[in-house]
Design a binder for this molecule. Sequence first.
Ligand code: AMP
Length: 165
Amino acid sequence: MRLILLGPPGAGKGTQAKRLVERFNVIQLSTGDMLRAAVAAGTPVGLRAKDIMARGELVPDDVVVAIVADRISEPDAQNGFVLDGFPRTVPQAEALDRMLDQKGLALDAVIELKVDEAAMLGRIESRVASMVAQGQTLRTDDNPDSLKKRLDAYRAQTEPLTGYY
Ligand code: AMP
C-alpha cells in the first residue's frame, strides 16, 4: 500500500497517517518529522532547513527529494508507505514519479484532506495549548506569522498537486 496524504497544515495528516500505518502495516514517511529531527541533530540538512522551516516556507525541493529517496529505499519501506507532507510541489511529485518508476512501483491512492479554515486554526491552537500544558517545546513554526506563510505556501505550491494527480 503506497499512499499520499495531501492537506493544509492542521488538517490531521499526521493523525490519519498513524492510523493507516497501524491498519496496513506500512511506514509513515513525514518529511516534516524527518526535517525536524535533522534540525535537532544539527546535520547539514538540518542547518540548511532550520530558518526556512521557522519562517513557514518550503525547504528546497532537492533537499526533501533526497531525504525521501533514501528513506523509501530502506528495507522497512518495502511493504509500503504513507507519505505525509510530501510531495508539496509539482517538481517533488515529478521526482517521486521517477523514483517509483525506477523501482517498478506505483501509488495506490492520493487522498486530499479538506478542512474548514476556522476548524484548522482551532486544531493548531489546541495543539499548541496541549504542548505548553505538557511542558513540551513548541514547534518554531506554530506561531501566527509562520502559520500564515505555511497556508500561503500550501495554496500556491501544494494545491496544484490535486490537478497533477
Ligand atoms: P509539516 O510538519 O509537514 O507541517 O512540515 C513542517 C515544515 O517542514 C514545512 O513548513 C516546511 O518548511 C518543511 N517541509 C516539510 N515537508 C516539506 C516538503 N515536502 N517540501 C518542502 N518543505 C517541507
